[in-house]
Write a protein that binds this ligand. Sequence first.
Ligand SMILES: [Zn+2]
Length: 409
Amino acid sequence: MSNLLIQNISQIASPKPGVVRGSELRSLNVIEEGAIYIEEGNIKAVGQLSEVLNHVEGHPVILDAEGKAAVPGFVDSHSHLVFGGNRADEFAMRSAGMSYEEIAEKGGGIVSTVEATRKASKEELKDLARIRLQKTLKQGITTMEIKSGYGLDLETERKMLAVINELKEEQPIELTATFLGAHAVPKNSTKEEYLQQVLEMIPEIADLAEYCDVFCEDGYFTKEESRKVLMKGVEHGLQPKLHTNQFNDIGGVEMALELGAVSVDHLEVLSDEDIQKIARSETVATVLPGVSYFLNIPYSPARKLLDAGALVALATDFNPGSSMTISMQLLMSMACTKMGMSVEEALSCATQNGAKALEKNKLGCITPGFQADILLLDSDNYRDLAYFFGENHVHTVIKKGEKVWELRS
Ligand SMILES: [Zn+2]
């Protein structure tokens, strides 16, 4: 691995290392007219070129940023990127005024994704995921969590997790796998039967995942059912995460905090009491504005969470049914306009705080000692990420010190 010197950067904007909550999130470390020196995939020096040059050894590759701004690579800590099929027709039906019930009667909804995912071979599923990951990389996501959960049987859940694990080796985005067998109850099964199956699946998939997740919601899994699944996961080395409080508050937050969950995700319906509890914990509150936009439901109270001192992360929830986006930039814009975040908070929540939700402590900052995951933007100002919305501002993607994507003019 060769060393890399990036010079002529208009602005290096990074969260402050270790600052993941509180009013300090409102400011970033910003260096105007700077340079970054990278050794062995890690950041060795950041600052004015004259200072950075003192750290340079040998003859690094030189990258002239030509006045672009640099920010950390985005960390998307919640996605469902591996799935079969496509639900564009369903979106069109919904947009044309058809109800969920009518769409479900036509075979739409999660059932259609489960069927398509079961039907696809592992190679087909991997090819689809690989294409999505290529698009994801261009949007500046350099680290991503992906969940299973469209198999709802052991064979397909294992197939999905195997795809994630194989793709770790085959493309540049750093991936983390989460088992979400308890995503829904499959057709032709009672909930009791399926819950038992999920518990039995856990030892069989534990070698393929790092986290265990459950959809804790009315009509899906209750608080106590969710607890059972998460505790079984812990027994097998899978740390808990939880989809909770999306449509209803059924006590998921408190249960997840009791288990020391790494994150609680969604939180569109959240009491002030739970906000305070989350704020006092180490659990990350992962908010997913793409879902609120796509389904036209309320946004989670991210402003209140931040003001209470909670550790908040922004993630895509990329999935075919409720958030078909891989643009962290668009989410940053939504976080500012719909959730009351400052641009600086949005950038921190999309980078260092996302990394917290995946327990990766050397990701998400442009600071010596951190992994060199860096984006060069087509702008000289990081604020364009949220301000000029719907545009992809990423020009160059650097992962572990290697240039892995660049915009061709
Ligand atoms: Zn999700």
